[in-house]
Design a protein around this ligand. Structure first.
Ligand SMILES: Nc1ncnc2c1ncn2[C@@H]1O[C@H](COP(=O)(O)OP(=O)(O)O)[C@@H](O)[C@H]1O
Ligand SMILES: [Mg+2]
Length: 243
């Protein structure tokens, strides 16, 4: 891509103040974007705000919750920021797929072969995207699903299959990834962009931080920024945690 051309492609605004300027204006339409961080760094808040913002501007959102129940996510976002995901679901602008729902018959079990489980999960995602046709998708913490797959090459090809399915539906997605199981690199490798959330220790204080590790086809800001979370949601500061 010639220099300066990337900003001419249509972008999907993240809805996180200060973030889009780190990635030259927003996500590319129809891409898979990972957000990685350890527990409590703000992954779920980031992706929920991406969905909530999209719905505010008239788009249709879908959330898939592989690791926690959707009730928990809804309660959390309501009490933290007043985002009424249950209400949006009733209005039809948000669709939540709870993978822990027994009706989907996709329960995680030690008896199920992990590769087979992931293949079934990919089919479920494909079916739901086809049914609902959302413009924004959020999958919360995929890591646990891949943990039981031992061979790295299998993780790579299962990731490629899943991300390929998502891309072919033209939805713009944010997939969150925990760091606890050490497989985040495999998932980031297959994604179109990768954003990292951290905590930095400055003296006796912990400060939230964010940087963009990669984004295909875009200029990115190569700097670490302070990340703020307040009752209004998440925002990327123009400041670095290291003055
Ligand atoms: N209204 C708020 N003001 C400030 N911080 C908040 C607010 N609501 C939640 N938080 C903080 O946001 C963080 C939640 O991050 P979360 O996205 O759930 O993390 P992860 O998904 O990475 O585990 C918690 O550390 C919590 O204290
Ligand atoms: Mg989370």
């Amino acid at each position: 891509m010639a220099q300066g051309q990337s900003s001419k492609f249509p972008r999907v605004k993240s809805g996180i103040p200060g973030y889009d300027e780190l990635i030259d204006g927003g996500f590319h339409i129809g891409t898979v974007n990972t957000v990685t961080g350890s527990s409590g760094t703000g992954k779920t808040v980031f992706a929920s705000q991406f969905i909530h913002h999209g719905i505010k501007i008239g788009e249709k959102g879908m959330i898939i919750t592989p690791s926690e129940s959707s009730e928990y996510l809804k309660r959390e976002m309501m009490s933290s920021f007043g985002w009424d995901f249950s209400g949006l679901e009733k209005k039809g602008s948000l669709s939540i797929v709870d993978v822990t729902d027994p009706v989907l018959r996709l329960q995680k079990s030690i008896d199920v072969d992990p590769v087979e489980f992931l293949i079934n999960f990919r089919r479920l995602v494909e079916r739901k995207l086809d049914e609902v046709k959302p413009t924004r998708l959020f999958i919360d913490d995929l890591t646990a699903f891949f943990m039981a797959v031992e061979a790295p090459f299998k993780i790579r090809s299962l990731t490629d299959d899943l991300f390929g399915t998502i891309r072919s539906s033209k939805v713009t997605s944010v997939v969150t990834i925990g760091t606890a199981f050490g497989m985040n690199q495999f998932l980031e490798y297959g994604a179109d962009s990768a954003t990292m959330l951290n905590r930095e220790r400055i003296g006796n204080t912990l400060i939230r931080s964010i940087y963009v590790m990669k984004m295909r086809g875009s200029r990115i800001a190569n700097s670490i920024r302070v990340l703020d979370i307040s009752d209004d949601g998440m925002a990327v500061s123009s400041l670095s945690p290291y003055p």
